[in-house]
Design a protein around this ligand. Structure first.
Ligand code: 5GP
Ligand code: ZN
Length: 113
């Protein structure tokens, strides 16, 4: 499948991995938008939040657990961080493999919409 994040999971495209579990991968964003910017993805290909099924709820929970652990590892658990999912064209979703952005390490701007 021609999916960038599946290729990162397979190891055919390199990434700076922060954490890995059986079902979840956390790696640094190639173009960080904040001092701390990692991406949390399921290893299984799920195209977007719209494509999450009841079967995927376990891995969604694991992604949240990984976000909590990543924030701690990166030293932003107390200072604070933001977890963002982009879904669909209006959000600017560019990679069609479900992911959360974890952003922190500085005072973040207000959300706009
Ligand atoms: P989206 O706009 O789909 O929510 O976010 C995709 C994110 O993936 C962007 O923040 C972008 O910088 C990041 N990204 C795109 N290509 C690569 C890559 O090859 N490696 C890594 N580590 N991040 C990438
Ligand atoms: Zn994929």
């Amino acid at each position: 499948m021609d999916c960038l994040f599946c290729k990162i999971v397979e190891g055919s495209i390199p990434a700076k991995v922060l954490m890995e579990t059986d079902n979840v991968l956390v790696f640094h964003d190639i173009q960080p938008a904040a001092p701390v910017h990692v991406l949390i993805i399921p290893k299984k290909h799920i195209a977007s939040m719209n494509d999450v099924t009841a079967e995927d709820l376990g891995v969604i929970g694991e992604m949240h657990q990984a976000a909590q652990q990543a924030a701690r590892k990166l030293g932003v658990d107390q200072s604070g961080y933001r977890l963002i999912n982009n879904c669909g064209p209006d959000s600017g979703q560019a990679v069609h493999h479900l992911h959360y952005h974890l952003l922190g390490g500085a005072k973040l701007g207000a959300l706009t919409g």
